[in-house]
Structure formats: C-alpha cells, structure tokens
Design a protein around this ligand. Structure first.
Ligand code: NVA
Length: 206
C-alpha cells in the first residue's frame, strides 16, 4: 500500500523483523539501539557550518546510547574521530564499537574528550524506554556540557543536540542557546536529510 515505511520503535528487533517481511524500504526512525536518521542531519549541519567532517574530532558527552551508536557507525563511514565521555555503566555496546575499529575512544573524563574537539554533542540523560531514571540522573550529573567545557574545545567548535533537551541537566542554557549551538539548523536539517534518505532508497541518488 505504501512505497516506504519509517518506524520509530523501542525494540530494535521490531524494526528488523518488520523489514525482513517487507517488500518496500524500511527506515529506522529511532530504536533503542540506533538513530541513523538523526546523525545524517547532524553531519549535514556540521558540514554546512564547518566544512567536511572527515578528519575532524567529535566529542560525545553522556550516555553511550542509540544516538551515540549512530555516531560510532558514522565515524567509520565518514572518517572522523569520535571521543565518547561517559560513566562506566553507560558505555556504548561492544558490538557498536566493533563497527568502527580505531575511530572511537572511550573515556570517563569529559574534559579530556572536549579538549580541542571540533564539535561537542550531548543527549538527554534518560531516553525513551529507560526505566532507571534516578540512577541515570546520579550517574550523568557530572557530565553537563557547560561554558567551561566548551571553552576547552576548538575556538571554532559547535554544539549539537538531537532534542528534546533539558536545560540545566545535560547542557546549560548558556551553551544550547548560545552562539556556538546549531540546534535549530540541526532540527531543520532532519527534513532535508530524510528527503535524501528516501531518494537514496528509491534509487534516485547514489
Ligand atoms: N536518546 C534519545 C533520542 C531522542 C531523539 C531517546 O532515545 O529518547
């Protein structure tokens, strides 16, 4: 009945099992494991403002979650260095890291991750489907992107966030509403990036 399906699910396996039975392209619109459509928009936004992402350094601050997993996949595909700063208990899954050998470094030290980075990225501390709210807030409290952290990054560094954001938690208002934040262009670019994903699925672009 339709030419393509995009599914936003909690369980990644639901999208995989749907796709296995589908006769049309099935697009992952977010699962508990990955969020590729978001990252296409993020890369587009970075390149729009700062040029090619290849060879650049991206600092991911916080949860080694679905969005982080897609940044790991992108690091391999688009040839950039990704430094993930996260608490031990919230590291990215080894299966994701295995996708990008040599491209990703993991640390618990967010200052080390941000130092000299071309882009600093954050996400909420609690994602859709997460039950351990109190434990997460406690674990991520030291991982707030604030002005002092951004000052360690490259002078040209930009800030990205997939939204929804929680000012005063993973990012301060001063950063997300400040001059280095690209969040509104990033949000707009979701539609442009998703149009190109559809065009690719239909064989209209290579
Ligand atoms: N990590 C977040 C991303 C929201 C776009 C979540 O899964 O809820």
């Amino acid at each position: 009945m339709v030419d393509a399906v995009m599914i936003r699910a909690v369980a990644h396996e639901e999208v995989e099992s749907f796709a296995a039975s589908a006769s049309v392209p099935v697009i992952n619109g977010l699962t508990d494991r990955s969020h590729p459509c978001q990252i296409m928009a993020d890369l587009m936004t970075f390149e729009e403002h700062r040029g090619p992402i290849a060879g650049r350094t991206i600092a991911w601050i916080g949860d080694g979650n679905n969005v982080c997993a897609s940044f790991i996949h992108a690091a391999a595909k688009f040839d950039f260095r990704l430094i993930v700063a996260c608490p031990e208990a919230y590291r990215p899954r080894p299966e994701e890291l295995a996708y990008a050998p040599g491209r990703v470094e993991i640390t618990t030290d967010m200052r080390a991750a941000a130092r000299g980075a071309d882009c600093v990225v954050a996400d909420g501390w609690v994602s859709m489907g997460d039950a351990d709210h109190a434990a997460r807030v406690a674990a991520f409290a030291p991982y707030q992107v604030d002005e002092a952290l951004m000052a360690l990054a490259s002078p040209e560094a930009v800030f990205l966030h997939c939204l929804p954001a929680h000012r005063g938690e993973e990012v301060t208002a001063g950063v997300i509403d400040g001059p280095r934040s690209l969040i509104w262009d990033e949000a707009e670019n979701r539609i442009h990036a998703q149009k190109s994903i559809l065009a690719w699925c239909f064989g209209a672009i290579g």
